[in-house]
Design a protein around this ligand. Structure first.
Ligand code: AMP
Length: 622
């Protein structure tokens, strides 16, 4: 591995890199810097966000820039204002020891007169969004006749955002002998088209397989039914007490809706999308960067310019319409050598969209079960214990109160005290997730790929037979295990399973009527055993919970368990909401959960980072 010095950079630039803490070049820097320093050949670079591409193209340009001339010598075109500002700020940092080198970001939504005034003072490096750059060219304020370098950054995004005409216009007014550098995370045919039209005999480089940015990201997917998508999202947040994440949505409306729901459910979240004013967007981004917010719900475009290096998770609430956007989304995590997780929440039907993405990223998605209430409670409890271990006690302040506290608690032994203190935080969370249903889409768990409507049409009461089975919750039965048990009987291939009800000591399930006889003879003939109990299955009437049924006693003591395979009517859902922690309503819990606002709650990042804007009313409730 080379050093920056070996790549051929001068001492002022090296000093700036040391100031920034850059020790060794990233792969794309190692490849691009010597190439651009030694050759005027155009360059086509495959590089994701987070790989250090800004330094890769700007350092060799800074090395060669003529600081004595005020002509614009380099222009970097970037898809968004945020990215343009970020690039300009990086270049200013890289050039801080280079006398006379000036960089300016030009972008829409800000005073063009101000930008013109600064331009007129002589700026060698311009970072511009395509629209504003065209504006300045049309007003004859931006002259590119002496341009030496043109950089197209995130070319795929610029084309996605419809900037093809602007790019054509800008490229048309630049000199023929300039060097063009094109950076893109993906190369769909539109980008290839631009490369063909504007790059002459380009050399191709790639941060490809060894690309640190992407190597550090693992890709997971969770399969849920549509109605459980939001509940799954909350569980992902809750099971990861240290989450610091962007949730990507496809539309502004979806973004705002999800953010509103999470806010009202007590999470430390805000929305970032194009319907917000620039000032609002800046404020949200600043809160997220400073970790006042733990979760940002954002559209692809709005999140583009956000430079955050330590995201733990990127969550695809819904997969993007264009698969290339997935790489941009997932590239927001696993940056600067850190590990990250990119999560896709999909329905069974959306699962097929994962394959083209896998081909694009060259990695497999790992199927991951949606965390159970128990797993969440466990993680949150461990987080709480960590906090107890780490808490700094204010000895002087607390001393005055201790004698009366000791007196009050003198009859409680150590174990009892620990249990009680932990329970103050923990009980409400435990209650919240008590009886929380399994959200995994069991159709996925059975490995049935239902790409057509066939299943849903067939799953009609009339076509189903209801069975009683003599095992229930007390036997550790859950919907997934029941489905497994049914599948184990090999009744028929891809047999349709309808509603499942798991009660305390017995349960019900529905199967395709066509296989009624086969089901009975399979269970009888196989002499089935479950957790040490001999299994008995009987056909019962069509009535569901709360109604009389034959073959299985009463519903006393049983919880209607909204299993993933079940068809649920609205009334069923109402019941579930009352019981489980995944309804739409704000959870009645004092427990913070992760990403939740209340300070001191298990899972929240320390007050110093995340506690600054806490609601005092909430604080009082601790
Ligand atoms: P970029 O892909 O240019 O947006 O860079 C991603 C992040 O990595 C930014 O926060 C950079 O400051 C950081 N970075 C870039 N190159 C290096 C390097 N050689 N060493 C350490 N950090 C770097």
């Amino acid at each position: 591995m080379s050093t920056f010095k070996e790549l051929g950079l001068n001492s002022q630039i090296l000093q700036a890199l040391t100031d920034l803490g850059y020790e060794t070049p990233t792969e794309i820097q190692e490849k691009a810097i010597p190439q651009v320093l030694s050759s005027k050949q155009d360059l086509k670079a495959f590089a994701q966000t987070g790989t250090g591409k800004t330094a890769a193209f700007s350092l060799p340009i800074l090395e060669q820039i003529d600081a004595n001339s005020g002509d614009t010598q380099a222009i970097i075109l970037s898809p968004t204002r945020e990215l343009a500002l970020q690039i300009a700020s990086n270049i200013t940092d890289f050039s801080k020891h280079l006398k006379g080198v000036k960089t300016l970001a030009v972008y829409g939504g800000a005073s063009i007169e101000d930008q013109v005034r600064k331009l007129n003072k002589g700026v060698q490096i311009i970072v511009g969004t395509p629209g504003r750059t065209v504006d300045l060219i049309n007003r004859k304020q931006l002259k590119l006749s002496n341009l030496k370098w043109l950089i197209l950054d995130e070319a795929d995004e610029m084309l996605n955002m419809g900037f093809k005409d602007e790019l054509d216009k800008i490229l048309a007014v630049t000199p023929k002998d300039k060097q063009t550098l094109l950076f893109s995370a993906t190369f769909p045919k539109e980008v290839e088209g631009i490369a063909k039209a504007y790059l002459r005999n380009p050399i191709e480089i790639s941060a490809g397989e060894k690309n640190k940015g992407t190597d550090q990201v693992s890709h997971q997917y969770y399969v849920v039914s549509e109605r459980n998508r939001y509940a799954a999202l909350k569980r992902i947040a809750d099971v990861n007490p240290d989450i610091y994440s962007i949730i990507f949505c496809r539309t502004r409306r979806e973004t705002q809706e999800i953010a509103d729901k999470l806010i009202s459910d007590g999470y430390n979240v805000d929305a970032l999308h194009g319907d917000l004013s620039q000032a609002q967007r800046d404020s949200v981004m600043e809160k997220f960067r400073s970790k006042t917010l733990q979760i940002l719900v954002a559209t692809d475009v709005a999140a583009r310019g956000l430079d955050v290096t330590d995201l733990t998770h990127v969550i695809n609430h819904k997969l993007p319409d264009q698969i290339e956007s997935y790489t941009h989304r997932s590239g927001r995590t696993g940056r600067a050598g850190k590990e990250g997780i990119s999560i896709a929440i999909v329905t069974v039907r959306e699962k097929s969209k994962l394959h083209p993405i896998e081909r694009l990223i060259g990695k497999k998605f790992i199927s991951t079960p949606i965390p159970t209430g128990k797993e969440i409670c466990q993680n949150q409890l461990l987080k709480l214990i960590d906090k107890v271990q780490d808490i700094k006690v204010n000895e002087t302040e607390i001393n005055d109160f201790l004698p009366s506290i000791y007196e009050k608690l003198k009859d409680l032994d150590r174990e009892e005290l620990i249990k009680r203190f932990v329970s103050i935080e923990f009980n409400t969370f435990l209650t919240y997730y008590e009886n929380a249903p399994d959200l995994n889409d069991s159709e996925h768990m059975r490995g049935v790929d239902r790409n057509s409507d066939r299943g849903s049409k067939r799953r009609d009461d009339e076509n189903m037979t209801r069975f009683f089975i003599n095992i229930g919750k007390k036997d550790k039965l859950n919907p997934a295990r029941l489905i497994g048990l049914i599948n184990d009987q090999r009744i028929a291939k891809n047999i349709e399973i309808g509603q499942i009800e798991i009660l305390d000591t017995f349960s019900f399930f529905e199967l395709d009527k066509t296989y009624e006889k086969e089901t009975m003879s399979a269970f009888e003939g196989n002499d089935v055993d479950f957790e040490g109990r001999s299994v008995n299955v009987e056909i019962t009437t069509k009535q569901r919970t709360g109604q009389a049924r034959s073959g299985g006693g009463s519903s006393r003591g049983g919880d209607r368990d909204r299993g993933p395979r079940k068809r649920t009517g609205d009334s069923d859902r109402g019941n579930d909401r009352k019981r489980s922690g995944d309804g739409d309503r704000k959870p009645k819990t004092d427990f913070g959960g992760f990403g939740r606002k209340r300070p001191g709650a298990p899972g929240t990042i320390s007050k110093s980072t995340f506690g600054s804007d806490q609601n005092p009313k909430r604080r009082k409730r601790i």
